[in-house]
Design a binder for this molecule. Structure first.
Ligand code: DX5
Ligand code: ZN
Length: 216
């Protein structure tokens, strides 16, 4: 089952609660939350208090994408704020295996993410340990960038490894997804599809979600 996970990075933060309700009313089950520290990526987005306050507004799955250095320092805080899935970057942690197991010890799902320049081979062994692999299809930091074509090959590679392991893995793609690129990611094997600007553009959430689903 393929799930569309809107990234609230492109939402109107002055009415976040309303935007979430709107997503829910349009059949969305997973919301993608981008946390940036201005260090791992050249941008700062939102953090713990925001997640905590929107947790009261919705039962949707909170898929928290940590684009922060040394994420292990904050795992417990993000769990307490209401995350259902926490994804860390392979490039941001010297002890990825340890942090993944630490996330799982709280009884939630753990993911590992790869920047475009990081090969899938670097997490070959970790795939057995994680619940989710997030393939970045843009260089993280900003919404509204262009889909990097070789990301599809990386998704395919992850899919092949998980098939061999006979493992039920969430394969998520993030960045540059629109009604034209979505099919490439889905055909390659992604089952969680993040989309920010393509969902929130022109304030037409309903129409945008429909167009994305039709493009799959
Ligand atoms: C980028 C973020 C993405 C971003 C996607 O660093 O991780 O989730 O919001 O935005 P679009 O869909 O506009 O490329
Ligand atoms: Zn993201």
């Amino acid at each position: 089952m393929i799930k569309l996970a809107p990234s609230i990075l492109s939402a109107d933060f002055s009415k976040l609660g309303e935007e979430l309700k709107n997503l829910e009313n349009n059949g969305i089950e997973v919301v993608h939350i981008d946390v940036m520290d201005g260090n791992f990526v050249p941008n700062i987005s939102l953090g713990l208090p925001v997640i905590k306050s929107i947790r009261k507004e919705t039962k949707m799955i909170f898929d928290v994408h940590l684009m922060i250095e040394n994420p292990s320092r904050y795992i417990e805080d993000f769990v307490k704020s209401g995350a259902d899935i926490i994804t860390i970057h392979y490039e941001a942690d010297k002890h990825v295996d340890r942090t993944i197991n630490y996330i799982k010890s709280f009884g939630i799902k753990a993911g590992v993410s790869l920047n475009p320049g990081t090969p899938v081979s670097s997490i070959k062994n970790l795939i057995n340990v994680v619940d989710m692999v997030l393939i970045m299809s843009v260089n993280p930091g900003f919404g509204g960038q262009k889909y990097i074509e070789y990301s599809s090959d990386k998704i395919r590679e992850v899919k092949e490894i998980s098939n061999k392991l006979n493992k039920e893995l969430i394969i998520e793609v993030d960045g540059g997804i629109n009604k034209d690129t979505i099919k490439k990611a889905v055909d390659a094997g992604a089952n969680f599809i993040v989309a920010g600007s393509a969902v929130f553009k022109n304030g037409n959430i309903e129409g945008n979600i429909k167009a994305l689903k039709e493009g799959m």
